[in-house]
Design a protein around this ligand. Structure first.
Ligand code: ADP
Ligand code: MG
Length: 401
């Protein structure tokens, strides 16, 4: 089933929850709606389900407007963050529920229901637990039962609203892989809501990044990660080091770092304007001495080597920076906390904004540093950096398994 959302808007008591959202979920796709809390993800999912109605715009299922079609007729399966299992019913009864409440003509026979429940128990890998009550299951098992219950009615669309939000990090990760495999088996068109960028990037074929009731960018995971459309997407999809500087002679000047465009976009039309530089921690190169390449001196604050990469926390001109480097590179550098290193961005994004209050912003991919041409008069001074870094911690929610 293909879902088309056309220019949907929704306001709650003068508060705009969705503001002109258009997107398409193609048949059999697995799409993630990703955005911070309050960005309108749940509202959009509820509108697709028919639990909420848009003030403006339309929703189409396979090209047909579903306006006015009640939830029960839309053929959607819904899984929520908080297990909506019936506590007084066994696993078997919970899964069978959607079939048992059908009108008599549409209801399968007793043996038909039994076969369907057993087929689903096998799919969610909980065979043998059908007589348990929800209180006798772990959080991860309950969410699998919730999924089986949603699938029992053979929905045309599966809608999942932060289904793993209340589970601990390890359980989340294994359920994520499991759900991905399950989707490859059953191919039901699915929309998955999450505020966790890792979850969205790992699970979905397509990621829709939302903010303040609008879509900031949509595309395949690698595209939104490597080619963010704007500063919000860049910051939301991972940690970034943030520098403030200017554009001069078509180059980004951030203290001693001078950057040239090497990808999308153009810096020339931003001349003499304030600009921001964003560098992912893995794109910040560390050097043990200034090797002629424009770089910024920084002091090592802390080294965290327990991971696939070594996380080096640094301070440059009173500001915090983070570099993620390989263990091999770290062994070569051998710098102790308190000692100096030089940092240089391998790849970065320069953002410059024009228009009233920066209404139009360009995001330009820049490569390793290059000096400004001599006729500019003087070399830029290190004091050009006015402020540095925002590291967004990864969202890992802890809770009962
Ligand atoms: P998300 O799921 O991305 O966290 P929501 O779709 O739940 O966001 O909410 C978007 C905005 O709409 C929020 O500011 C929220 O407070 C508001 N909102 C959602 N539902 C209602 C409601 N029933 N009444 C009033 N405001 C609501
Ligand atoms: Mg929500």
């Amino acid at each position: 089933m293909t879902i088309t959302i056309d220019n949907v808007a929704k306001t709650f008591q003068a508060h705009s929850a969705l503001n002109g959202v258009s997107m398409e979920v193609s048949d059999g796709a697995f799409v993630a709606l990703l955005g911070p809390s309050g960005s309108g993800k749940t509202t959009l999912l509820r509108i697709i389900a028919g639990l909420e109605f848009p003030d403006q715009g339309s929703v189409f299922f396979d090209g047909a407007d579903v306006h006015g079609q009640p939830v029960g007729r839309r053929g959607v399966g819904f899984v929520f963050q908080h297990y909506a299992l019936f506590r007084h019913m066994t696993v078997f009864e919970n899964i069978a529920f959607g079939l048992r409440v059908r009108p008599r003509r549409a209801r399968p026979s007793r043996s038909g229901i039994r076969d369907k429940v057993h087929e689903l128990l096998k799919l969610i890998q909980l065979e043998g637990l059908e007589h348990r009550y929800p209180s006798q299951l772990s959080g991860g098992q309950r969410q699998r039962v919730a999924l089986a219950r949603a699938l029992a009615i053979e929905p045309k669309v599966l809608l999942l609203d932060e289904p793993f939000g209340a589970l601990d990090a390890r359980v989340r990760q294994s359920l994520r892989r499991w759900l991905r495999r399950l989707h490859e088996q059953i191919h039901v068109t699915s929309v998955f809501v999450t505020h966790d960028q890792e979850e969205a990037l790992e699970l979905a074929d397509r990621v829709v990044v939302m903010n303040h009731g609008k879509i900031e960018q949509q595309g395949p995971p690698d595209e939104v990660f490597h080619r963010p459309a704007n500063a919000f997407v860049m910051e939301f999809l991972g940690n970034v080091n943030l520098f403030h500087g200017r554009i001069e002679q078509g180059k980004g000047v951030f203290g001693p770092l001078v950057l040239d465009r090497n990808g999308n976009g153009d810096l020339r039309n931003g001349d003499s304007r304030a600009a921001r530089l964003m560098v992912r921690p893995h794109d910040l190169e560390l050097l043990d001495h200034a090797n002629g390449q424009p770089s910024l001196e920084a002091k090592v604050l802390r080294v965290q080597a327990a991971g696939a990469l070594v996380r080096v926390e640094l301070e440059a001109q009173g500001q915090f920076l983070q570099a993620d480097i390989s263990h091999e590179r770290w062994r070569e550098l051998r710098v102790a906390p308190g000692e100096s290193v030089f940092v240089s961005p391998r790849e970065s994004k320069v953002i410059h904004c024009v228009g009233s209050r920066g209404s139009r912003c360009g995001l330009v991919t820049c490569g390793s540093a290059a000096m400004l041409t001599p006729h500019l008069g003087q070399r830029p001074s290190a004091s050009g950096i006015t402020s540095v870094l925002q590291v967004r911690q990864r969202t890992v929610s802890m809770g009962p398994a």
